[in-house]
Design a protein around this ligand. Structure first.
Ligand code: AMP
Length: 220
């Protein structure tokens, strides 16, 4: 299986698609946001610093994120491929990532860009709720991923929570950061001929079917 980099605006559905890919192909979903949200719970200066940055949509330092990423992709479960969600976040991180891959003898793989309109992304962000235990993402504004019981995880049976950065105001700042910093990454990878665009505006199934077609073609 190829290594996969998922790129999309915040709340476009990266996490949902990554979870489906993980289940179907048995490769790990590495969300730098999830890893950082765990670290933000620590009662330490670093934990508080990370929490402040997440709550305000500010990037954490490249040194920290590169260290986290480098150690994560060396774990055994990454040997047959992995899905990156939230990294690289800008061209500088992509250049650092390339150095790590060369050092570890790993392949860049492919880049999947999930395109959604700002309107779709905003609608999704306002309905998004997450299980604090298994991290499964639900959406009260999207029929096919509503929790069966309002406000409760289908699997863990515990209360779903809203991410602290999922307000309309923080969203606009995160979205602008995406356009300014992350969007140029697409062009960076297009020059390497490894980018595939997916229309993420329709539904979860529609997005996933497009992804499966691409992965099928690439692995034939
Ligand atoms: P996400 O869950 O991907 O939306 O990430 C949530 C927050 O975590 C971001 O707004 C940043 O504060 C931080 N973060 C996640 N990934 C990165 C990264 N690759 N570089 C810097 N900060 C990140």
């Amino acid at each position: 299986m190829k290594n996969i980099i998922l790129i999309a605006a915040p709340s476009a559905g990266k996490g949902t698609e990554a979870a489906l890919l993980k289940e179907e192909y048995g490769i790990p979903h590495i969300s730098t946001g999830d890893i950082l949200r765990e670290k933000a719970k620590e009662d330490s200066q670093l934990g508080r610093d990370i929490k402040y940055k997440i709550d305000n949509g500010i990037f954490v330092s490249d040194d920290l994120i590169i260290e986290i990423l480098k150690s994560r992709i060396q774990q055994e479960d990454c040997n047959n491929g992995y899905i990156l969600d939230g990294f690289p976040r800008d061209v500088k991180q992509a250049e650092e990532y390339k150095k790590i891959l060369d050092e570890l003898g790993k392949d860049i793989g492919i880049v999947l860009v999930i395109d959604v309109s700002l309107e779709t992304a905003l609608k999704r962000i306002l309905g998004r709720v997450v299980c604090p235990k298994c991290k499964k993402v639900y959406n009260t504004n999207t029929e096919d991923i509503k929790p069966k019981i309002d406000g409760m995880c289908d699997d863990c049976k515990i209360e779903l929570v809203k991410r602290s950065d999922d307000s309309e105001q923080t969203y606009m700042s995160r979205y602008n950061t995406y356009i300014e910093k992350t969007y140029p990454l697409i062009e960076y990878y297009e020059k390497q001929n490894i980018v595939y665009h997916i229309d993420g505006n329709v539904s979860i199934d529609y997005t996933h079917n497009q992804v499966k077609k691409i992965l099928g073609d690439k692995n034939d």
